[in-house]
Design a protein around this ligand. Structure first.
Ligand code: ATP
Ligand code: MG
Length: 1043
C-alpha cells in the first residue's frame, strides 16, 4: 500500500493499489487506528465510528473547510457538507445527503454534524438564526421521544427520519419539513434484555421536579413502572435529568407553548401509567372468560388524567364491540386479550404522540407558501438489521435499506455506466450486484411479499401467519432470493437455522431469516374501535386529538391502509424525492460490536464494505468520470475562461466547450466529449476549472468596477467642468461689469475735473483773487462773533467761588476760551477786592499772613480760616484796669486773650491775660490784674508751635533782654493762629524782622540758666481740647500730651 506524503494510507480509495477487498480493509484499519475516520471514494464519504470525541469538529474546522475545496484538506464530513451546500447555493441544485449504515454506525451523529456545518455557514441575521436554532433544536426533542438504548447503540434511533432543510436563493435557511418513518412502537411495552424504553420516560422520571411529578401522578423510581425494563434504567455517560431540561428547553425554542409542553408530558405519563394497569381473570359462570381491572384506584387516576370516566375506560379495555350489518355484539375479553388491548392502546398513544410532535415541529419550521426555495434533504434512517429473531419491523426496515441501496446503485453505478454508453464514451463494464430483483420480491404490486401480506390480511376466512407463509412458499418456491423450510426441503437442503415459521430473504447485505409470527397482526395495526372511541371521548385535548377516528361521525367501515402498505408508499415518496435531488453519500461503518474505541474488527467491517458495495463503487469511480455536464450549461459557466468564447460565442456549444478546454490545455485523459455532455475525469480538474473561474470572475468584476469607476469619474468630471465654466463665465462677466462701472465713473470724474479746469481757465479772468481767504476770514469772524455773543449771554455768576465756564463750541476757540475764562476770573476777583473796606482788607491780610505761616503746617489752621480774627477776647473796652496796664504810648491793643502759662518747672498751668501791643507782649495775672511780665517784641526771637490742633506755643526770648533772663515762655492759647499771626506782623512792623515761627514737636525752652526739653505728643482722639497734660520727666524734660 502506498503512503502518500502526509497522509495515512490513501485518503481516496480511488487511489488504492492493489484494488482488492483486503487492501481496502487494511487501508480503512490503518486510517482508523490513526484516528482518521473519514475516507473518500470520489465524492462518497466513508465514516468509521470512532466511539470517542475526536478534536476535528467545531468552529475552526468549519472555517477551514468552508474556505477550501474538497480535495485540499483531509477527508471530512464538513467537506462533503460544504460541497453539497455550495452546489445548492451556487448551482441551484437541490441536494440530498444519504446517510446509511448499521445501527450504531454513526448515522445520527453524522446527520447532526452536517446540520451544524450548514447552520454555521449559511447566512446570518436574527430571523435566520432563529430558524437555524429551531432546526437544530428539533434533534434533542426527536431523540428523546424516538431514540432508545439498544444492545448495539446507547442512543439508537428507533424511527427513520428524513429532513428537508429549505433555503432561499441566497442560501439562508427558511425552514424545513421532517418526515418520520415507522417508529418502533413495540418498544413502548416490551424491551429486550439490556435495552431500554424510549429515553423520554427515564428523562421525565429523573429530570422532573417534585411538583411536576406530583402533577403527573408519577413516582421517581423507574422500578415502579411495568413498561420500563427493570434491569437497565441508566445508560453510561447519559444524564437523563439534564437531558430532560435540554429537551424542555428545545421544545420552548421550537415554539411549543407551555400548555402543549405540559400536555405532551401528561400523555407520556399516561402511557407509563397504563402499563401498570393490572388485569385479572373474571371468568363467568357460563364459562365465558372475562377480565377486569385489579387496581381500581390506578384506573381512576388514569381516568381522571384522561378526563374520562374510569368505568368507560375499563369497559373499553376489557370488552370488544363487534358491529355487523344488523347488530352490535359486545364480547368480553379474556386476560390475555385485555392485556393485548391495553398494550395496543399504550403503543398507539405513544406512536401517535410521536407523530403529533413531528407535525408540531413541522408547523413551527414550515416555510410560507410561495417562497421559492432550494432544498437539502438529510436522510438518517435505521440501518440494516439482522437480529436473532427478526420480525415484521426488521422486514420493513431491511426493505427500506434495500431501496436505498437501489438508489445508490441507480445513481452511482448503473446510471453512470448507462450514461457512458449513451454518450458514446468508450467504457469497459464494471460488474456489480443489482438488487432490483430483491426489491421486486418485496414490493411488487401483485407478486411482492408486502402485497401477499395485505392480501392475506384482507382475505375473508381463517387467516393466520402460517397461511401467509404457506402462500409465500407457494408463490416464491422458485425465487432465487427467497428461502424457507419448504423450499429447502424441495431442494433437499438441510438447514438447522431455519425454523418452520420462518422465511429467508437474501438481501444485498446478507441473508436474513424472518419469523412470520404476528406479521398479520402488525400489518393490520388495528386498534379496537372501542379503545379509539373511548380515547376520543376523553377530555384531555391532546389525547383526544390523537384519535380522530374515534369520532362516531367519522367512523367508516373502510379499512385503513395496512402498516406495510403505508410504509411502502412512504418509501416510494421518499425515493421519488431522493431521485429528484443530487445525492451525496455518507456510508457509516461500525468498527466493532462493543461500542469500543480503537477496536477494528476486520470481519465486521468486511461484511459492511461488501454489502455497501464499496469495492464496486471504487472500480466504477476509477474507470469513470467524476463530473459531467451538458455542453450548454458547461459553456455558459466556463466560457469566460476562453479568449474566443468571451464575451461572445457564435458557434455551437460543443465547439465552444472544446475551444475553452483547449485553451486551458488540460490533459486529454482528463476529458471525454460525449454526445451531449462533457465528461471530466477527476474532481481535481473540476476544482481547477472552478478556481480559474473564480479568479476570472474577480478579474471581470475588477474590469466592470474599473469601467464603472472610470465612467463615474468622467461624468462627474464633466459635470464639474461644465459647472466651473458656467461659474467662471458668470464671475468674469460680473468682474468686467464692475470694472466697466469703475472706469466709467472715473472717466466721468476726470471729465468733470477737466471740464471744471477748462471752465476755470476760461473764467479765471472773471474771478476775484483771494475771495476764498476773505470768505474764510468772514466765516471765521462770524463764528467768533457768534461765540463771543453767545458767551455774553451765557456768562457764569460773579461769585468768585464759582469756577464754572462754558465750553468752546469749536476746537479752534479752546485757547481763547481758556484765556477768557482766566480774564473773567481775574476780573471777578478785582471786582471783589474793590468792594472790600480797609478793615476787611486788613483782616484778609492777616488771614493771608496766617495762611502763609500755618497752611498745611498746623492741624488747627483749617478751623481758624472761617473764624474772623477779632483780637479782643476778654472785653478790653469794658476792662479799664487792663487798659491801663498796657501803657499809654503803645497804641491800640492788637490782641487780648486769656492764655495759660505752663510752669516750666513743674508743668502746672496758670491763667494769664495776654495783651499784644505794637511793641510788647504783656502777660497779666488774671487774679491780681497787674502786669506780670512785659516782653518787648524785639526780644522775641522765635516762636515754636506744634503741628497738632493744640494751642501750645513757646516764646523764645533773646537772653540779653531784661525779661529774657527769666527764660522762655511756654503758653497755651485757644487762638494760637490769630495770636501768632498778629505777633508776626507786630514784630515785622516794629523791627522790620520776620519772626521765626517753627512748627515742631520737640523743642527746648530756657529756664533758669538752663533749658528744658519739651516733647509734645498727641493724646488719644476724643479727649478734651483744653485738657493739656504736662508730665515732668526728670528735671530737664517735660512731656506735654495734647489733643
Ligand atoms: N463522529 C463521531 N464522533 C464521536 N462519536 C461518534 C461519532 N459517530 C458516532 N459516534 C458514537 O457512536 C454512537 C452511535 O452513533 P449514532 O447514534 O449516530 O448511530 P446510528 O447509526 O444513528 O445508529 P441507529 O441506527 O441505532 O440510530 C453515538 O452515540 C456516539 O457515541
Ligand atoms: Mg441513529
Amino acid at each position: 500500500m502506498t503512503l502518500l506524503e502526509g497522509c495515512v494510507g490513501v485518503e481516496d480509495l480511488v487511489l488504492l493499489e492493489p484494488l482488492e477487498q483486503e487492501s481496502l480493509l487494511k487501508n480503512l484499519q490503518l486510517r482508523y487506528e490513526n484516528k482518521e475516520i473519514y475516507t473518500y471514494i470520489g465524492n462518497v464519504l466513508i465514516s468509521v465510528n470512532p466511539y470517542q470525541q475526536l478534536p476535528i469538529y467545531g468552529p475552526e474546522f468549519i472555517a477551514q473547510y468552508r474556505d477550501y475545496t474538497f480535495y485540499e484538506l483531509k477527508p471530512h464530513i464538513y467537506a462533503l457538507a460544504n460541497v453539497a451546500y455550495q452546489s445548492l447555493r451556487d448551482r441551484d441544485r437541490d441536494q440530498c445527503i444519504l446517510i446509511t449504515g448499521e445501527s450504531g454506525a454513526g448515522k445520527t451523529e453524522a446527520s447532526k454534524l452536517v446540520m451544524s456545518y450548514v447552520a454555521a455557514v449559511c447566512g446570518k441575521g436574527e430571523q435566520v438564526n432563529s430558524v437555524k436554532e429551531q432546526l437544530l433544536q428539533s434533534n434533542p426533542v426527536l431523540e428523546a421521544f424516538g431514540n432508545a438504548k439498544t444492545i448495539r447503540n446507547n442512543n439508537s434511533s428507533r424511527f427513520g427520519k428524513y429532513m428537508d432543510i429549505e433555503f432561499d436563493f441566497k442560501g439562508a435557511p427558511l425552514g424545513g419539513v421532517i418526515t418520520n418513518y415507522l417508529l418502533e412502537k413495540s418498544r413502548v411495552v416490551k424491551q429486550l434484555d439490556g435495552e431500554r424504553n424510549f429515553h423520554i420516560f427515564y428523562q421525565l422520571l429523573a429530570g422532573a421536579d417534585a411538583h411536576l411529578l406530583e402533577a403527573l401522578k408519577l413516582e421517581r423510581d423507574t422500578s415502579r413502572y411495568a413498561y420500563l425494563n427493570q434491569k437497565v434504567s441508566r445508560v453510561d455517560g447519559m444524564d437523563d435529568a439534564s437531558n430532560f431540561k435540554s429537551v424542555q428547553n428545545a421544545m420552548t425554542v421550537i415554539g411549543f407553548s407551555e400548555v402543549e409542553n405540559q400536555q405532551v408530558l401528561e400523555v407520556t405519563a399516561l402511557v407509563l401509567k397504563l402499563g401498570n394497569v393490572e388485569l385479572g381473570d373474571e371468568s363467568q359462570a357460563n364459562r365465558t372468560s372475562a377480565s377486569s381491572i385489579c387496581d381500581e384506584r390506578g384506573i381512576q387516576e388514569i381516568g381522571r388524567m384522561m378526563g374520562l370516566n374510569s368505568e368507560e375506560l375499563e369497559k373499553a379495555l376489557c370488552s370488544r364491540t363487534v358491529k355487523t350489518a344488523k347488530e352490535e355484539v359486545v364480547t368480553t375479553l379474556n386476560v390475555i386479550q385485555a392485556q393485548y388491548a391495553r398494550d395496543a392502546l399504550a403503543k398507539n398513544i405513544y406512536s401517535r404522540l410521536f407523530n403529533w410532535i413531528v407535525n408540531r415541529i413541522n408547523e413551527s419550521i414550515k416555510v410560507g407558501i410561495g417562497e421559492s426555495k432550494k432544498v437539502m434533504g438529510v436522510l438518517d434512517i435505521y440501518g440494516f438489521e439482522i437480529l436473532e429473531d427478526n420480525s415484521f419491523e426488521q422486514f420493513v426496515i431491511n426493505y427500506c435499506n434495500e431501496k436505498l441501496q437501489q438508489v445508490f446503485i441507480e445513481m452511482t453505478l448503473k446510471e453512470e455506466q448507462e450514461e457512458y454508453k449513451r454518450e458514446g464514451i468508450p467504457w469497459t463494464k464494471v460488474d456489480y450486484f443489482d438488487n432490483g430483483i430483491i426489491c421486486n420480491l418485496i414490493e411488487h404490486n401483485q407478486r411482492g411479499i408486502l402485497a401477499m401480506l395485505d392480501e392475506e390480511c384482507l382475505r375473508p376466512g381463517v387467516v393466520s401467519d402460517s397461511t401467509f407463509l404457506a402462500k409465500l412458499n407457494q408463490v416464491f418456491s422458485k425465487h432465487g432470493y427467497y428461502e424457507s423450510k419448504v423450499t429447502q426441503n424441495a431442494q433437499r437442503q438441510y438447514d438447522h437455522s431455519m425454523g418452520l415459521s420462518c422465511f429467508r430473504i437474501c438481501h444485498y447485505a446478507g441473508k436474513v431469516t424472518y419469523n412470520v409470527n404476528s406479521f398479520i397482526d402488525k400489518n393490520n395495526d388495528l386498534l379496537f374501535r372501542d379503545l379509539s372511541q373511548a380515547m376520543w371521548k376523553a377530555q384531555h385535548p391532546l389525547l383526544r386529538s390523537l384519535f380522530p377516528e374515534g369520532d362516531p361521525k367519522q367512523a367508516s367501515l373502510k379499512r385503513p391502509p395496512t402498516a406495510g402498505a403505508q410504509f411502502k408508499s412512504s418509501v416510494a415518496i421518499l425515493m421519488k424525492n431522493l431521485y429528484s435531488k443530487n445525492p451525496n453519500y455518507i456510508r457509516c461503518i461500525k468498527p466493532n460490536e462493543h461500542q469500543q474505541r480503537g477496536q477494528f474488527s476486520s470481519e465486521l467491517v468486511a461484511t459492511q464494505t461488501r454489502y455497501l458495495g464499496l469495492l464496486e463503487n471504487v472500480r466504477v469511480r476509477r474507470a469513470g468520470y467524476a463530473y459531467r455536464q451538458r455542453y450548454g450549461p458547461f459553456l455558459e459557466r466556463y466560457r469566460m475562461l476562453g479568449r474566443n468564447t468571451w464575451p461572445r460565442w457564435n458557434g455551437g456549444d460543443r465547439e465552444g466547450v472544446e475551444k475553452v478546454l483547449g485553451e486551458l490545455s488540460l490533459s486529454s485523459e482528463e476529458l471525454a466529449f460525449g454526445e451531449t455532455k462533457i465528461f471530466i475525469r477527476s474532481p481535481r480538474t473540476l476544482f481547477y476549472l472552478e478556481e480559474q473561474r473564480r479568479l476570472r470572475l474577480q478579474q471581470l468584476a475588477t474590469l466592470i468596477q474599473k469601467i464603472y469607476r472610470g465612467w463615474r469619474c468622467r461624468t462627474n468630471y464633466q459635470l464639474m467642468r461644465k459647472s466651473q465654466i458656467l461659474i467662471s463665465s458668470w464671475f468674469r462677466g460680473n468682474m468686467q461689469k464692475k470694472r466697466y462701472e469703475k472706469i466709467r465713473a472715473s472717466t466721468v470724474l476726470i471729465q468733470a475735473f477737466v471740464r471744471g479746469w477748462k471752465a476755470r481757465k476760461n473764467y479765471r479772468k472773471y474771478f476775484r483773487s483771494g475771495a476764498a481767504l476773505t470768505l474764510a476770514d468772514f466765516i471765521y469772524k462770524s463764528l467768533t462773533q457768534k461765540f463771543l455773543l453767545g458767551l455774553r449771554n451765557n456768562l457764569p455768576s460773579t461769585n468768585i467761588l464759582d469756577r464754572t465756564w462754558p465750553a468752546a463750541p469749536y476746537r479752534c476757540f479752546n485757547t481763547a476760551n481758556q484765556e477768557l475764562r482766566q480774564l473773567f476770573y481775574h476780573w471777578k476777583c478785582k471786582k471783589f477786592r474793590d468792594r472790600l473796606s480797609p478793615k476787611q482788607v486788613e483782616i484778609l491780610k492777616e488771614k493771608l499772613c496766617a495762611s502763609e505761616l500755618f497752611k498745611d503746617k498746623k492741624a488747627s489752621y483749617p478751623q481758624s480760616v472761617p473764624i474772623p480774627f477779632c483780637g479782643d477776647y476778654i472785653g478790653l473796652q469794658g476792662n479799664p484796669k487792663v487798659q491801663k496796664l498796657k501803657g499809654g504810648e503803645e497804641g491800640p491793643v492788637l490782641m487780648a486773650d486769656t492764655v495759660k502759662k505752663v510752669n516750666r518747672g513743674n508743668g502746672k498751668t496758670s491763667s494769664r491775660i495776654l495783651l499784644l501791643t505794637k511793641g510788647h507782649v504783656i502777660l497779666i495775672d488774671t487774679k491780681k490784674s497787674q502786669a506780670k511780665t512785659v516782653i518787648g517784641l524785639d526780644s522775641v526771637t522765635e516762636v515754636s508751635v506744634t503741628s497738632f490742633k493744640d494751642g501750645l506755643f513757646s516764646l523764645h526770648l533773646s537772653e540779653i533782654s531784661s525779661v529774657g533772663s527769666k527764660g522762655d515762655f511756654l503758653l497755651v492759647s485757644e487762638h494760637v493762629i490769630e495770636l501768632l499771626t498778629k505777633m508776626y506782623q507786630a514784630v515785622l512792623d516794629a523791627t522790620q524782622r520776620q519772626l521765626l515761627i517753627t512748627v515742631t514737636e520737640k523743642f527746648s525752652v530756657r529756664f533758669k540758666e538752663s533749658s528744658v526739653a519739651i516733647k509734645v505728643i498727641q493724646g488719644p482722639e476724643g479727649g478734651r481740647n483744653d485738657k493739656l497734660r504736662c508730665k515732668k520727666k526728670g528735671s530737664r524734660c517735660l512731656e506735654v500730651t495734647v489733643q
